[in-house]
Design a protein around this ligand. Structure first.
Ligand code: AQP
Length: 357
């Protein structure tokens, strides 16, 4: 009896969801499987997808084509990293049946539209992208810029294409992607002005806290999958004892005061942000809770929180991985078919607008 009521509630919930689906605004976002996903990806992106999945028609893909713009990407682990990313999405609470989750390289319209947009983007605009400049610096070797792939330079155009293909209104991202979103808006407006209304102009959705988790070893830089010092990055799938050590040895300062002051105490402020995101306890409350404690006590409590949280995600991830071939892959294949139909239609509309068809 109780079971039947529960099933009925679930049915009603699903029916309501599908009824509102057609009036829902569209959301699009993605993560590159260039390495294992990090705590930064989790707080800046994945957590937002989970929170918004019932309010938007969501397209959340694995950006494998973006991943290969990184000249250091390890091709031998790329396929497994893609699978891991999907299983991590699931483990973190993304419902694969509710959201369109797919691999970018399975949807050729992304690169086709990117070429069209590339012909409407200026070299100067791309040269000003700070992420390109940062990554270029990171990857420049003895040969100077000789070995920087052109794909890294044109990355923001592929990203604009990803977004504009779906008429997405909302793009949840970490704050490092804000400038790319600005370029996407510029390209949409430029195109609409030249060829008539074609693209929806999207807006980034950037969380107040967690939009830029900093590196634990160097809190002046963003935590990244590809940072050279792995001690500064928490990978979602790493051994939690390693995570604990990384938190306990995270760089702080000599003030020994748990205080949220990003300018003067960037290290401890970053740790407080993670603490806040996991507990919802405000910064003021955290400060008063640890007013008479040293950093060691605060770090130990934070390490317990993070390790607990990651432990739960990892357990669900391993369950999902076991079912990848039988349960997850068929859903991805079905999603890919739907998404290809949507994007082919949009692409044909674009070709007509520019006078090619
Ligand atoms: N440290 C971070 N804090 C908050 N958000 C972050 N994001 C990335 N790092 C942080 C957000 O995660 C989403 C997916 O990012 P991505 O994989 O597409 O590219 P990225 O921003 O270049 O991420 P990484 O980890 O720094 O990758 P690598 O090292 O390969 O370049 C985006 O919404 C991003 O803002």
């Amino acid at each position: 009896m109780i079971l039947r009521i529960y099933i009925n509630i679930l049915d009603i919930y699903n029916i309501l969801h599908y009824l509102t689906y057609f009036t829902m605004k569209k959301l699009l976002s993605a993560i590159q499987p260039s390495n294992q996903l990090t705590l930064g990806n989790y707080f800046g992106a994945i957590k937002q997808y989970v929170a918004l999945q019932h309010q938007y028609e969501s397209y959340i893909f694995i950006a494998d084509l973006h991943a290969i713009t990184n000249p250091k990407v390890d091709y031998s682990t790329l396929k497994q990293n893609k699978i891991n990313a999907v299983c991590l999405y699931t483990a973190c609470g993304i419902d694969l049946k509710l959201n369109h989750v797919f691999y970018q390289s399975d949807v050729p319209s992304h690169t086709e539209l990117a070429h069209i947009l590339m012909c409407h983007t200026y070299m100067g605009e791309l040269s000003r992208m700070t992420q390109y400049k940062d990554k270029m610096q990171k990857f420049t070797n003895a040969n100077g810029t000789e070995t920087i792939p052109a794909g890294l330079f044109t990355y923001p155009v592929l990203m604009a294409s990803d977004i504009l293909l779906y008429d997405a209104e909302v793009v949840p991202v970490g704050s490092d992607q804000k400038q790319h979103l600005e370029l996407t808006k510029t390209l949409a407006l430029r195109f609409n002005k030249k060829y008539g209304n074609t693209f929806v102009v999207p807006n980034p959705l950037i969380a107040k806290f967690g939009s830029k988790i900093m590196d634990l070893a160097n809190p002046e830089i963003k935590m990244s999958k590809s940072n050279t010092n792995e001690k500064g990055t928490i990978f979602l799938l790493e051994d939690i004892e390693i995570t604990r050590k990384k938190i306990m040895s995270a760089k702080t300062d000599s003030l020994n005061k748990v205080k949220f002051d990003q300018l003067n105490q960037p290290g401890v402020s970053n740790l407080m942000t993670i603490y806040h995101l996991l507990t919802q306890i405000s910064m003021e409350e955290i400060e008063s809770k640890y007013a008479n404690q040293n950093y060691g006590v605060f770090k130990k409590d934070l390490a317990d929180l993070v390790c607990n949280h990651l432990g739960n995600i990892q357990a669900k991830y391993h369950e999902c991985l076991k079912e990848y071939e039988t349960k997850i892959k068929p859903i991805l294949i079905a999603n890919t078919k739907i998404v290809n139909e949507i994007t082919n239609k949009k692409l044909q509309e674009i070709y007509k607008k520019i006078g090619m068809k």
